[in-house]
Structures are given as C-alpha cells and as structure tokens.
Design a protein around this ligand. Structure first.
Ligand code: HEM
Length: 114
C-alpha cells in the first residue's frame, strides 16, 4: 500500500502537469488547452508515456484491490462466511477500474483512436 500510494501520488502530479497543464510530455505547440481528445491522442502516441500510464494504473489496481477490502473491513462488514467473497468483490472492482483506465492508452496505441 505504501509503495503503490507513493507511486500514485507521483503519478497524479505528473498527470496534472501532463494532460491538464500540457507542461510536460508535449512538443512546443502540441498541447491545445480545452481539447482533451486531441491532447490524449497526441500524448499516448508516444509509447513510453502510454506505458507509464499503464504501469500507474497497475499501481492503482493493486491499491484498490487492498484498499476496497480494507474499507469494508473497517466498516465491520466482513464475517467468517463472506470474507472470501468480499476479497473477490474488491479484486473485481480493481480489475474493472484498471481495464477502464488502460483502455484509453491502449486504444491510442492500437490505432483505434486518432
Ligand atoms: C489512463 C488513465 C487516465 C487518462 C487517459 C486520463 C485523462 C485525463 C485528461 C485528458 C484530463 C484533462 C481533462 C481536461 O483538460 O478537461 C485529466 C484530468 C484529470 N485527471 Fe485524469 N486520466 C487518467 C487517470 C486518472 C486517475 C487514475 C486519476 C486520479 C487518481 C485522474 C485524475 C485527474 C484529475 C484530478 C484531473 C484534473 C481535472 C481536470 O483537468 O479537469 N486521472 N485526465
């Protein structure tokens, strides 16, 4: 949790400088404010950037896998009989979030978005 949390904190700072500010990851004049579609396509056409996002979403997935389960436990919703099901539930949500977010860089790299 500590390492995935630190990686996510670094990711969020990079992400805001990248796709919100256009301060990093773009050539001069390439980032167009208020044109997120074009910016996303230009951003993920650079495969190391796309890979960085996919790795960060992996960290998010691991963080959520444990984090969702942990929240449910804190609420006291786990019992001896439902514990295994709650762990599966947390993992399924984490995987859905991972697939949803990574679908964006993957779609650009695959040429489905241009
Ligand atoms: C592959 C995954 C992701 C993609 C493709 C993506 C894409 C974007 C884009 C295009 C913007 C700029 C929107 C605009 O300028 O109108 C943005 C902003 C933002 N993203 Fe992401 N994002 C991703 C993952 C995440 C994650 C995991 C978080 C949070 C943990 C996050 C938090 C934010 C925040 C806080 C903003 C600033 C809000 C804004 O600019 O309107 N993003 N994202």
């Amino acid at each position: 949790m500590r390492w995935s949390g630190l990686l996510l904190a670094a990711y969020i700072i990079f992400h805001l400088l990248h796709l919100t500010g256009g301060v990093v990851g773009f050539r001069a004049g390439q980032f167009v404010p208020l044109h997120p579609y074009q910016n996303v396509v230009a951003a993920f056409a650079v495969w190391p950037v796309a890979l960085l996002y996919i790795v960060a979403m992996g960290a998010l997935c691991l963080h959520l896998d444990h984090g969702i389960w942990s929240i449910l436990q804190t609420f006291g919703w786990n019992t001896a009989t439902n514990e295994a099901k709650l762990k599966i539930f947390s993992r399924v949500i984490a995987i859905i979030v991972f697939l949803g977010f990574t679908s964006v860089p993957v779609s650009v790299m695959a040429g489905w978005l241009h």
